[in-house]
Design a protein around this ligand. Structure first.
Ligand SMILES: Nc1ncnc2c1ncn2[C@@H]1O[C@H](COP(=O)(O)OP(=O)(O)OP(=O)(O)O)[C@@H](O)[C@H]1O
Ligand SMILES: [Mg+2]
Length: 494
């Protein structure tokens, strides 16, 4: 069996293929909150964390999967570890449902996750005892879920905007009879529902300060958490009602207990969120521009935050696009991941290809740069480049590898260096090295170089994540999660 997983910023979903897609529930809920709480040496994951007051809460870690390692941070707060616990919980739900152990998974991730974020996701899966069969783009997963509904069209162009809790992911996909090719993607890991919450939160704090007549409000972690929950509820209410109000009752502020009511209507909320709407629209626009003016037959607006009051109208006004929501917004990504898992098992009748989300290339002489892997290439993908060694009797060749599309190497991001040593002494310009880039289906990149007239002289690097977990931490976290897992398995609760 292969699990299909949506590891979301705010909530996560798991399903399996059993003659069709089956999404697994936890006490009747189709998703679990993507969070953990550490309290007195114990770890609580998902709903157990959400309903727990006190302790140290870790959430929103998906956005931090490419952060540099923080020295002295508690082990459970590392994003890979927190994600590992959430994945382990999903695995447990699936194993309970199936009645046997499962090790393999398809995990959906934002299409614009870079190399470090992909590596970190693989590390999280390993910590959870899972082997990743495929990292699948979230927007591709949504398109797969949509295109493979029974009785669906044979041919369709699909534009998907998955606007989630923390990320916005847009893809343009061709679908022909269950075969999906992703053509264009764009997105950001820093734009989603929690940013709308933050906009409302900041405004609310401003109004509280005004009413209290004090500029000096310092909130405890629990107070902040409580207010963030209140503004999220108000935001959700505004997607259904004209106006809503936030009540603060005996709220301790600056040594006093403050009570008050703050009314928000759709108009005010839309004004607060306009800069965020604009950013989302800019991402959708990029994909519209990339696709050479072909007309998308269907525009799907998915992800919980696509329901945000005013957002659909803003997309309609600026792009004349009206989002279709014919699927369950909460489970669409997991649904597609399960379809893909079914496809890998040879059971589901579908196929989907993903594309490279960035340009990659090498530095040349005089500080120039050449792209070898082009953004938008369907993966897996291979590219080669011949480099003539200019100096005579050169014994070493160093090739710098970058991410980016600028013609000057220094304006791109250096992601690795490949060193060829022990070159045979030759006159100037008479030795040629062949550099080869290989990208696998998970967008893992391997670079090799060999001499053209002596192909056995080869060096290779698999680009390593600059923020990867050291081996001893991986081992420690795997043991921690495995112990937690064994304990959970023997407990009757979901
Ligand atoms: N009715 C609603 N109106 C506005 N926002 C909503 C509504 N329902 C849910 N949301 C917001 O949607 C977000 C969660 O969406 P979703 O479950 O798609 O995200 P996710 O998968 O956890 O995150 P991501 O895909 O970004 O990693 C939350 O910010 C939530 O507040
Ligand atoms: Mg999501």
């Amino acid at each position: 069996m292969i699990l299909g997983i949506d590891l979301g910023t705010t909530k996560s979903v798991v399903g399996v293929w059993k003659g069709g897609v089956h999404i697994i529930d936890c006490n009747g809920k189709l998703s679990i909150p993507s969070e953990l709480t550490y309290d007195n040496g114990e770890i609580f994951v998902g709903h157990g964390s959400k309903t727990r007051a006190g302790g140290h809460k870790i959430k929103g870690f998906k956005r931090h999967l490419n952060d540099p390692l923080t020295e002295n941070a508690p082990w459970y707060s590392y994003p890979q570890c927190a994600a590992g616990y959430v994945l382990a919980k999903l695995r447990l739900m699936a194993e309970r449902y199936l009645g046997y152990e499962v090790r393999d998974a398809v995990i959906a991730i934002p299409s614009h996750f870079d190399f470090n974020q992909r590596r970190a996701t693989l590390e999280a899966a390993e910590i959870a005892g899972l082997k990743v069969k495929r990292l699948l783009n979230e927007a591709t997963a949504c398109a797969l879920a949509y295109a493979n509904r029974p009785g669906h069209y044979q041919f369709e162009n699909i534009m998907v905007a998955d606007i989630g809790g923390g990320t916005t992911d847009v893809a343009y996909v061709d679908a022909i009879d269950g075969f999906l090719s992703t053509r264009y993607i764009d997105g950001t890991t820093l734009l989603g529902g929690i940013d709308f919450d933050k906009a409302l939160f900041d405004d609310l704090i401003g109004r509280v300060k005004e009413r209290c007549g004090s500029d000096d409000i310092i909130l405890t972690i629990d107070q902040r958490e409580h207010l963030l929950n209140l503004v999220e509820l108000a935001k959700i209410e505004l997607s259904q009602c004209e106006s809503t109000s936030i009540h603060l009752s005996h709220f301790p502020i600056g040594g006093h207990l403050f009570s008050g009511e703050f009314v928000y209507d759709k108009k005010r909320f839309a004004e607060l969120c306009q800069p965020l709407f604009d950013k989302i629209i800019a991402v959708v626009k990029t994909v519209l521009k990339d696709r050479d003016d072909k007309i998308a037959t269907t525009f799907l607006a998915l992800g919980g935050a696509s329901r945000t009051s005013g957002l659909k109208q803003a997309i309609h006004d600026q792009l004349s696009l009206d989002g279709k929501q014919t699927m369950d917004i909460e489970t669409a990504v997991a649904f597609g991941a399960v379809e893909f898992a079914g496809m890998l098992l040879g059971k589901a009748d579908a196929l989907a290809t993903d594309i490279l989300q960035d340009n990659y290339g090498i530095g040349l002489e005089n500080g120039k740069y050449e792209v070898l892997l082009h953004k938008g290439s369907t993966i897996p993908f291979r590219a080669t480049k011949e480099i003539t060694i200019v100096a005579g009797n050169q014994t070493k060749l160093s090739v710098s590898i970058y991410k980016g599309g600028n013609s000057l190497a220094k304006n791109n991001t250096l992601i690795g260096t490949l060193e060829m040593i022990g070159l045979p002494p030759r006159p100037a310009k008479s030795l040629t090295a062949v550099v080869e880039f290989d990208v696998d289906v998970n967008m893992d990149i391997r670079v090799t170089a060999k001499l053209k007239d002596s192909p056995t002289h080869e060096v290779a690097i698999t680009l390593t994540s600059s923020n990867g977990l050291p081996e001893h931490l991986m081992k420690f976290m795997k043991e921690k999660v495995s112990t937690w897992y064994a304990k959970q398995r023997s407990s009757p609760d979901c």
